[in-house]
Design a protein around this ligand. Structure first.
Ligand code: SER
Length: 611
């Protein structure tokens, strides 16, 4: 039975039982307390509280879901980040008997499967054991094995901070949990108190991939047609660690495609950060098993075509999926190679082991350890997510010094904070407003096993890096505009956010599109040349004599910092500035001027972005 048939049969079955078909909602829910849609019930959450608001009392759906809580399990036989959930729901109409009977009929008759056993809630903390469900199962099949389990396994907690919840009964086939039937009879408030709901509701969820796995009699989800229609066999062959990399690539790529289709863009914030992490992680794994990015691009096309048959949003957004993905890949690949090269220089054993085909996962080799300092450098200089560094290390039998890494992070935070006070606390003459983020408190960061939904300290650091790139880009544009428009151009101020730079300067007329283009091209030429960016602290007069640009009306202290782009005797830009800046112009990325306009005082203003 194909996955397509499974979908059709599920929907038809519940239609025949009086359910209205509701399309999947977006992966991005309207509920602000959750980042992603993690369950089929998400879009129906309000109906359990106010059943009168529900357009239909009973509904059926196949919902796209994303759960990052299982990300470390991805690579085994049955875990995924993105998956689809088949579900039937009732808001105050039917209850346990019907829900259990429908599930039993669908699994045994429609899917032709044998149930191994089911589980019911054993009772805990003021919620009684679910004897009612037990009796219903017994009446359907007296020989059926029924297990009782506690809150961990048989109680569905609310999605987000609060919401409907209740005991569950679960169906196991081939020892795999395939269907979770939730009896929503409580409402859990933010203070974790349970109150009975006025009207009881049903919420069920069955992973399409897991169901396909048992129906198609496969030993893992990646062999079902949900994956085999898209990914080539080679991805799922090889030694265990290679196989794991292949599965991670498949899962993360599918998740990324669906996330972008629903409007997420890689960034350093929340959803965008999760997407970025998925893409970067899959790239590291593709490097691991030597899959070129052109093959990844082919897989992506296939996902769009195959899944586009049931998800038109992939077809509608195909261009932005390709664009966003390619942009992120280009960005990360630039630093991935450089970063790995540095890393391998220090740990030659890593590289040697990486390339041995047929190697299987073994325990760490005693004494092989990646120091926290080296890992931190890789993280800070090349944007490798720490989880990825840990993974590279452990895949190659190296221990990862997590404690050392966290210590380095702490030290770095303190240095940054002190540095900011020193750099920006004193004279305050620099108009570039990129100061606040560097010294912002970053909270206690513990880099543990699970991926946090949004890791603020990484986010801040990434933001800071982006602003630093924009800051150096401002200097390049300033210098380029001078060369195009003449040296009399006077800097009036700049403002940098994580999205863009804004640069004001005094000039008596509108800048033509050709002039803007010329300046932009010139700045990008300098980016391409990857010139060094250095600074010196000198006397103000010496700075001015060396040709450094500054702000006309600014009152500078006697000693200033001068930033130079290029060689000392052959420079492109030189400015009095407190920094910080990138160390080489290549780090900036492509500069695009997005706008030119006039502002008060005869000044012109440009905005630009870096990619
Ligand atoms: N909400 C439950 C789950 O996601 C049943 O749909 O498992």
């Amino acid at each position: 039975m194909t996955q397509k048939e499974i979908r059709e049969r599920f929907i038809k079955f519940f239609e025949s039982k009086g359910h209205a078909v509701v399309p999947s909602s977006s992966l991005l829910p309207t509920d602000p307390s959750v980042l992603f849609t993690t369950a089929g019930m998400q879009q129906f959450k309000p109906y359990y509280i106010n059943p009168a608001e529900a357009p239909d009392k009973n509904v059926v759906s196949i919902q796209k879901c994303l759960r990052t809580s299982d990300i470390d399990e991805v690579g085994d036989d049955s875990h995924l980040t993105f998956f689809e959930m088949l579900g039937n729901f009732s808001f105050g109409d039917y209850w346990k008997k019907e829900a259990i009977e429908y599930a039993h009929e669908f699994i045994t008759k429609e899917m032709g499967l044998t149930i191994d056993y089911v589980s019911v809630f054993q009772g805990e903390e003021g919620v009684p054991a679910d004897e009612e469900s037990e009796k219903i199962w017994q009446s359907i099949d007296p020989a059926l094995k029924i297990k009782r389990a506690g809150r961990e396994d048989n109680f569905w907690g609310p999605t987000g901070e609060e919401g409907p919840c209740g005991p569950t009964t679960e169906i196991y086939v081939n020892d795999l949990e395939v269907w979770n039937i939730v009896f929503n009879e409580y409402y859990q408030s933010a203070d974790k108190q349970l109150k009975p709901l006025a009207i009881k509701g049903i919420d069920t969820g069955m992973g399409l991939e897991r169901l396909a796995m048992v129906v198609q009699n496969k030993s893992n989800i990646f062999e079902t047609d949900l994956f085999s229609n898209v990914f080539s066999f080679a991805l799922f062959a090889g030694a265990p660690d290679e196989l794991k990399s292949g599965r991670i690539i498949a899962d993360h790529l599918r998740a990324s495609v669906f996330l972008i289709a629903d409007g997420v863009q890689p960034s350093n914030k929340e959803r965008g950060y999760i997407l970025r992490k998925l893409i970067r992680r899959l790239l590291v794994h593709s490097k691991n098993i030597q899959i070129p990015t052109s093959v990844i691009a082919d897989f992506m096309q296939k996902i769009i075509i195959e899944y586009g048959k049931s998800h038109s949003e992939l077809i509608d957004n195909q261009q932005s999926i390709i664009n966003e993905f390619t942009k992120e890949v280009t960005k990360f690949l630039l630093t991935l190679d450089k970063g790995l090269e540095e890393f391998y220089k220090k740990y030659p054993g890593l590289k040697a082991q990486e390339l041995v085909p047929g190697q299987s996962v073994k325990p760490f080799v005693v004494g092989q350890k990646i120091s926290g300092k080296d890992a931190f450098d890789l993280y800070q200089s090349y944007g490798f997510p720490p989880e990825v560094i840990k993974e590279i290390a452990e895949n190659h039998l190296y221990e990862f010094d997590e404690e050392g890494f966290n210590k380095e992070m702490e030290i770095h935070k303190n240095i940054s904070r002190a540095g900011v006070e020193k750099k920006f606390g004193g004279h305050g003459i620099h108009p570039h407003t990129i100061t606040n983020e560097v010294g912002s408190a970053e909270g206690n960061r513990s880099f543990g096993v699970g991926v946090k939904e949004a890791d603020l300290s990484v986010e801040r650091r990434e933001e800071m890096k982006k602003k630093t790139r924009l800051h150096t880009a401002t200097h390049l544009l300033d210098a380029a505009l001078r060369k195009v428009l003449g040296q009399e151009l006077a800097q009036a101020g700049a403002d940098i956010t994580v999205e863009r730079l804004r640069f004001d300067f005094n000039f008596p007329r509108k800048i033509t599109p050709e002039e803007l283009k010329q300046a932009e091209d010139m700045a990008n030429e300098i980016v391409k040349k990857d010139l060094p960016v250095t600074f010196k602290e000198v006397d103000l007069q010496e700075a001015l004599d060396s040709g450094a640009a500054g702000i006309f009306k600014a009152k500078y202290p006697p000693r200033v910092k001068v930033y130079t782009v290029g060689e000392d005797n052959n420079w492109f830009s030189r400015e009095i500035c407190a920094g910080p800046h990138v160390t080489h112009t290549g780090e900036i990325g492509h500069i695009t001027i997005t706008k030119e306009e006039s502002v008060s005082g005869g000044n012109r203003r440009i905005r630009a972005t870096v990619e």
